[in-house]
Design a protein around this ligand. Structure first.
Ligand code: AMP
Ligand code: MG
Length: 349
């Protein structure tokens, strides 16, 4: 299949034409990748079972891993899911935005979209391209991240092209995304709101909104044999670069001492911060082996760059990649969750 690639630029009329064309593809059962404020999504008509199923084969995604459906307005969610008081609170505070609610599904959402569950994940993206595409399509859009299953989620169109060129109808290139990590997922169909995946809306913000918020074990810990995460997707190997990644839990001094003690430094990569670059070079690490998440204080930049750096690692033949274990506070919990999964929970302390 030939994948059409269309770039959104400064010409409003041209952009509208591109999005109208993409909406036609969605309406006729095709697949379109598009930018959102979190990561790029791979979209299909969520009320067309056959179209939604194509997403699974393009991504190589297990069929029991349900899709998030994207809706133009928080007020329309009621058409596809049974909304409740907790949803109303969440929507008022954070929608449109980087948060997904799990609610009981209505019958118009096919079981293929929800992986056989009777609940559905709904999100109202704030990104203008995503928003306009849903509006013009006139249907809810099922859209997981637009990567091959298991690889880091795409934060720019190049990542989507790497994984899906030739497998989908169209890619809308809207530049670099803002957040760079997938949405916060909060389960609202039970007694207590439960965090299933941390993201741009933080646990602290949800706590302030709801009072008590439970956290699914899979957010921070490796599950034991037989345990199941509440979000089926958290079960799968994810984000892992080809070379093994190990995380260091300790002070900066101990981290540098540890890196200094490594013998074959040509074969390692270190994911660190701008301020570490000189220290790491002095410790004997080559400049090309140091990948920076940005300034150490700029947590937003760490989140935005992580997936891109993990993809960059795959272009080299490193024997090992080292990074620090992030904190679990604020948006950093999302970073912690993604990087510890990418590392297969290998932590050196
Ligand atoms: P992605 O679309 O790649 O961002 O992944 C979506 C995540 O949402 C996966 O981890 C899914 O398992 C999770 N998810 C989607 N629908 C549901 C649902 N009904 N209940 C629990 N988790 C869900
Ligand atoms: Mg994904």
């Amino acid at each position: 299949m030939k994948t059409e690639i269309a770039r959104i630029g400064n010409n409003a009329l041209e952009n509208e034409k591109i999005l109208a064309h993409a909406a036609e593809i969605i309406k006729s059962g095709g697949l379109v990748a598009f930018p959102t404020e979190t990561v790029y999504g791979l979209g299909a008509n969520a009320v067309d079972s056959y179209a939604a199923e194509k997403i699974y084969s393009a991504k190589g995604r297990p069929s029991n891993n349900p899709l998030i459906i994207h809706i133009a307005s928080a007020l329309d969610v009621d058409k596809y899911a049974c909304v409740n008081d907790k949803y109303a609170l969440l929507a008022e505070a954070f929608m449109p935005g980087p948060v997904t609610a799990i609610l009981k599904k209505r019958d118009n959402i096919p079981m293929s979209v929800t992986g056989g569950l009777d609940s559905v994940a709904v999100r109202v993206p704030s990104h203008p391209i995503a928003h306009r595409l849903i509006e013009l399509s006139g249907v809810p859009i099922a859209a997981p991240s637009a990567n091959t299953s298991g690889r880091p989620s795409p934060t720019c169109a190049t990542h989507v092209i790497e994984d899906l060129d030739g497998k989908i109808d169209m890619i809308i290139d809207g530049g670099q995304v803002e957040i760079g990590l997938e949405s916060t997922i909060v389960k609202l169909d039970g007694e207590y709101p439960t965090l299933l995946r941390p993201g741009g809306v933080t646990l602290e913000q949800l706590g302030a909104l709801f009072g008590e918020v439970k956290v699914d074990k899979a957010v921070t810990q490796k599950l034991s044999e037989g345990e199941r995460p509440l979000a089926p997707g958290m079960m799968y190997r994810h984000y892992a670069p080809k070379s093994p990644l190990e995380l260091f839990d300790g002070s900066d001094e101990d981290f540098f001492e540890f890196i200094t003690s490594i013998k074959d430094k040509e074969k390692i990569a270190v994911i660190a911060y701008d301020e570490d670059i000189q220290t790491l070079i002095k410790a004997g690490v080559g400049r090309d082996n140091i990948l920076s998440l940005g300034n150490s204080e700029d947590i937003k930049s760490h989140a935005a760059r992580l997936f891109s750096l993990l993809r960059e690692c795959d272009k080299h033949d490193f024997e090992k990649i080292y990074s620090r274990l992030p904190s679990r506070e604020g948006i950093s919990l999302a970073l912690y969750n993604r990087i510890i999964k990418a590392a297969g929970y290998r932590v050196i302390s």
